[in-house]
Design a protein. Structure first.
Length: 423
């Protein structure tokens, strides 16, 4: 953003604050009308611990980092009463309000009004309410070896627009913290609100007593990881069903995504998704990768590594035929990821149609379709991108009914798919 534009924006914000500040009688605890059509009617989510009297939700911002903040305050390094200076932090791209933002039950696990705090809730900010954005939008360049390889192999072109001459990919990235509307979450999972509150209270070891003592507080800022959306092309095109959209919804796998561990197909899926998302933008469409912090099928990395050992040490070695069984023995379930909340982020962007969905997972596909989004094509990655040791995972998933263009092995053929020993 140029300095001129930034200073014009600042003066707009200052004017806005000055014009509205003296005309509104602000309630001590701002009410939240979830699903309201404007930010003013909806009201701000106030999760600060610095002005406790203004709080209208359970938990605190950046939920999973709360403990680090507490330790930082305890060590004297972090000013306890710190209020963020939001000057110049506004989104680089506007995500316009969508019809889905005010449809009951469509978006229940994030705050669609969480990005433009300075504009939408300037009057509250001026009166000392410590309101924090739960969504931030910025721009970046990605440098990925797989993208450079795709350019070398002429699958992708360095067009100077979406891909720079040096092979960097231009992207808009959007970080989204979880904001849960408890009555709607309960409804989506077929529970009563009281039952949901009780089980969240119990299973976190009683971390948030307000879950059971304050039924008037309907919002929870859960201590779980955030979600990041990477958009290739115009963010505003995501809501236009006429513009081709290529999308991957990806669940975190640190071992593969970051370190290139070869036991699974996560990083190849991610980088191939990015490659195809960029290609789509280059032919006039738009690409979207959504990255969810749900490590190890939301069972965590310790459980995941225990499962790897159990798989590789079992009699007969690691095998596609027993892949899911070994996971269930250690973890209690084959997969703790529920995908019911995943489509919320797609509805935040106003998506109604996905032309190309990069995923094998029927759980993901069904959650998207059942939430009212049309999916035209389903895509799996080319076979030559699958690491040899990940054949066990991929064949087990195909045999279990996951989507694949190539089809699945069964019986004896499946039993023959073996992984490497521990070494
Ligand atoms: Zn993985």
């Amino acid at each position: 953003m140029s300095t001129d534009i930034a200073s014009t924006k600042e003066s707009i914000v200052r004017d806005h604050i000055r014009l509205t500040s003296h005309t509104i009688d602000l309630p001590s605890i701002p009410p939240i009308n979830w699903g309201a059509a404007t930010p003013q009617e909806r009201g701000p989510v106030v999760g600060t611990v610095t002005e406790r009297a203004h709080r209208n939700c359970i938990g605190s911002h950046s939920g999973s980092y709360t403990i680090y903040r507490a330790l930082s305050i305890a060590s004297g390094k972090f000013p306890k009463a710190h209020k963020p200076d939001l000057n110049n932090t506004q989104p680089t791209d506007t995500i316009s309000p969508q019809p889905s933002w005010s449809m009951p039950d469509k978006i229940i696990s994030l705050d669609p009004w969480g990005a433009n705090i300075v504009e939408d809730f300037g009057d509250y900010l001026e009166h000392g309410y410590n309101i924090q954005p739960t969504i931030a939008v910025t721009k970046a360049h990605l440098q990925l070896p797989e993208i450079k390889e795709a350019i070398r192999e002429k699958r992708l072109e360095a067009d100077g627009k979406f891909v720079t001459a040096s092979g960097d990919v231009r992207v808009t990235k959007i970080a989204i913290d979880p904001v849960w509307h408890l009555p709607s979450i309960a409804k989506r999972f077929g529970l009563t609100e009281a039952a949901l509150r009780k089980i969240l209270f119990r299973e976190t070891g009683g971390m948030f007593p307000e879950l059971v003592t304050r039924s008037d507080l309907k919002i929870l800022l859960p201590p779980i990881g955030s979600t990041t959306a990477y958009v290739f092309g115009n963010v505003s095109d995501l809501s236009n069903p006429e513009v081709e959209l290529t999308c991957r919804v990806h669940d975190e796998c640190n071992g593969s995504d970051v370190f290139g561990s070869d036991i699974c197909t996560c990083r190849p899926y991610l980088t191939y998704g990015i490659e195809d998302a960029v290609r789509t933008a280059q032919r006039g469409g738009v690409g979207l990768i959504v990255y969810f912090r749900k490590e190890g099928r939301a069972l965590g990395e310790v459980t995941k590594f225990l499962v790897y050992n159990a798989r590789k040490r079992q009699k007969g070695g690691d095998s596609a035929a027993t892949y899911f069984e070994r996971t269930e023995c250690v973890a209690g379930v084959q997969d703790a990821r529920f995908q019911e909340l995943m489509p919320d982020v797609l509805h935040f962007f106003g998506i109604t149609k996905i032309h190309n969905l990069h995923s094998m997972s029927n759980m993901k596909h069904d959650a998207i379709v059942n939430s009212g989004i049309e999916v035209i094509n389903r895509l799996s990655i080319p076979d030559d991108l699958i690491p040899p040791d990940a054949q066990v995972e991929i064949e087990a998933k195909k045999a279990a009914g996951y989507f694949s263009v190539a089809g699945a092995k069964q019986g004896e053929q499946l039993e023959k798919v073996k992984g490497r020993d521990l070494d």
